[in-house]
Design a protein around this ligand. Structure first.
Ligand code: FEO
Length: 181
C-alpha cells in the first residue's frame, strides 16, 4: 500500500472534497489580493472611504481563506498556499470597482454553494456544517456589495456626487465593522 493511500485511510476528508476546499482557499486568497489592489487604486485616486472599505474587505477575505486553510489540515488534508497572479491594478471608475465586487461576490457564492452541495452528497456532514458559516457570510457580503453599488444610482455621480458616495461608503464600512450592515 502506498504512503498516500495509508494517509487517506486515516481521515474522513475525501480527496475530492479536499480539492474543492483548496480551490476555495485560492478563490478567497485571490479575493483578498483583488480587493487590496482595488483599495490601493481608490486610495491613490483620493477616495479615502472607499479605500478604507476595501482595505477592511481585503483583510476579511484573508481571514476567510485562513479559516478554510486550517480546516483542511485539521481534517487530515493538506492545505495549499495558492499562487496569486493576474491581479488587475487599474480601474476605469469608482463605480466599475463596485460593479466588479458584486460580480465577484456572486461567483464566490456559487463556489460556496457548490462545496455545500458536494459535502451533502458525499455525506461529509462536518464539512457541510463548517461551510454554513460561509453561506451566511456570502449573503451578508452580497447585500453589502449591492448596497454600495446602489449608492451610485441613488446619489448620482455628477457634481459632489462622487464625494458624497465616498462619504456614504465610509458609513457603510463603519456600520459593517460594528455589525449593523
Ligand atoms: Fe470570502 Fe467575499 O468572499
Amino acid at each position: 500500500m502506498k504512503a498516500k493511500e495509508i494517509v487517506t485511510l486515516q481521515r474522513s476528508l475525501l480527496v475530492d472534497t479536499e480539492k474543492l476546499l483548496n480551490k476555495q482557499v485560492e478563490m478567497e486568497g485571490k479575493s483578498s489580493a483583488y480587493y487590496l489592489s482595488m483599495a490601493s487604486w481608490c486610495h491613490m485616486m483620493g477616495y479615502e472611504n472607499a479605500a478604507k472599505y476595501l482595505y477592511t474587505h481585503a483583510d476579511e477575505e484573508r481571514m476567510h481563506m485562513m479559516k478554510i486553510f486550517r480546516y483542511i489540515n485539521e481534517a487530515g488534508g493538506h492545505a495549499m498556499q495558492p499562487e496569486i497572479t493576474d491581479i488587475r491594478h487599474n480601474f476605469n471608475s469608482l463605480r466599475e470597482v463596485f460593479e466588479l465586487i458584486l460580480e465577484h461576490e456572486i461567483k464566490v457564492t456559487k463556489a460556496i454553494n457548490n462545496i455545500v452541495d458536494h459535502a451533502f452528497s458525499v455525506k461529509d456532514f462536518a464539512t457541510f456544517s463548517f461551510m454554513q458559516w460561509y453561506v451566511t457570510e456570502q449573503r451578508e457580503e452580497e447585500t453589502m456589495s449591492r448596497r454600495a453599488l446602489e449608492l451610485f444610482d441613488i446619489i448620482g455621480e455628477d457634481g459632489v456626487g462622487l464625494w458624497t458616495i465616498d462619504q456614504e461608503l465610509g458609513k457603510l464600512h463603519d456600520a459593517s465593522v460594528q455589525g449593523e450592515a
